[in-house]
Design a protein around this ligand. Structure first.
Ligand SMILES: Nc1ncnc2c1ncn2[C@@H]1O[C@H](COP(=O)(O)OP(=O)(O)OP(=O)(O)O)[C@@H](O)[C@H]1O
Ligand SMILES: [Mg+2]
Length: 236
């Protein structure tokens, strides 16, 4: 079977002025199989977020190709990329990115409103959102707003939101970056559980202790992969 993510000779160049161009990604190739839990590490400015934006179909490479689930998505336009995102990818961010005026339940409902393939009644959507919140241990917090929740609880709402359309891929950019160590462990445990249920996870982290939880650590430097294995201690 083909990999879930196949990156072939990706380059991402910022800037039109040849004197001031930045090669944020420079001929980077990598493949991630279905069911993997991979961490991406590397120094500041090495291209991690650029890479995650491309994997997440939020941006396109300057050159090279990206096959997601066997389909070349590197040349799709904005609307097509949005469809791919809704169907294939759940996002978890360092800053949670919850809407403050909405309850936990309504935050989790949001991605279903944007997915043209969701064919559920409003009631069925609420039931599914409630189940997602229950699966992350927040059955007693569904009607709370983000400012009434701890950081760890907010991140669990964000994970429930990421899961609601049942994507095969979760992308997490520094998911424990704003959390204390106890909440970080809870979030990593949750990612483990998801991984065991068959979801593929790609996570950026600066923390070697967090990266060690992934089965694979991809190290990026100057827009290229420099190591692919268990290399956290070597890089940071
Ligand atoms: N929109 C942009 N315009 C111009 N240059 C950019 C842009 N975004 C990123 N860069 C440059 O591309 C390179 C890679 O940036 P990127 O944000 O991917 O790094 P990173 O590994 O995520 O760093 P950090 O750990 O600090 O988040 C950097 O040199 C950065 O300055
Ligand atoms: Mg970054």
């Amino acid at each position: 079977m083909n990999p879930l993510i196949e990156l072939q000779r990706l380059t991402k160049v910022y800037g039109d002025d040849p004197e001031a161009q930045v090669f944020a990604l420079n001929d980077l190739s990598a493949a991630i199989q279905r069911g993997e839990f991979a961490a991406i590490m590397g120094p500041s400015g090495s291209g991690k977020s650029t890479l995650m934006n491309i994997i997440g179909c939020l941006d396109r490479p300057t050159s090279g190709s990206y096959l997601l689930d066997g389909r070349d998505v590197s040349g799709l336009d904005k609307n097509e990329l949005a469809d791919v995102r809704n169907q294939k990818i759940g996002f978890v961010f360092q800053s949670f990115n919850l809407l403050p005026r909405l309850s936990a339940l309504d935050n989790v409902l949001l991605p279903m409103l944007y997915d043209i393939n969701v064919d559920l009644s409003a009631e069925e959507q609420r039931t599914r959102a409630a189940e997602a919140l229950t699966s992350v241990g927040l059955e007693n917090r569904m009607h709370h707003h983000p400012n009434q929740l701890s950081g760890g609880q907010q991140q669990r709402v964000a994970i429930a939101r990421a899961l609601i359309n049942r994507p095969p891929l979760i992308l997490a950019d520094e998911p424990t970056g704003n959390l204390d160590s106890k909440s970080s462990v809870e979030i990593i445990d949750l990612l483990h559980t998801l991984h065991e249920s068959g979801v593929t996870i790609v996570m950026v982290t600066h923390e070697p202790g967090i990266a060690q939880h992934a089965g694979r650590i991809i190290c990026v430097r100057d827009g290229q992969t420099v190591d692919d294995g268990h290399c956290a201690e070597k890089t940071l």
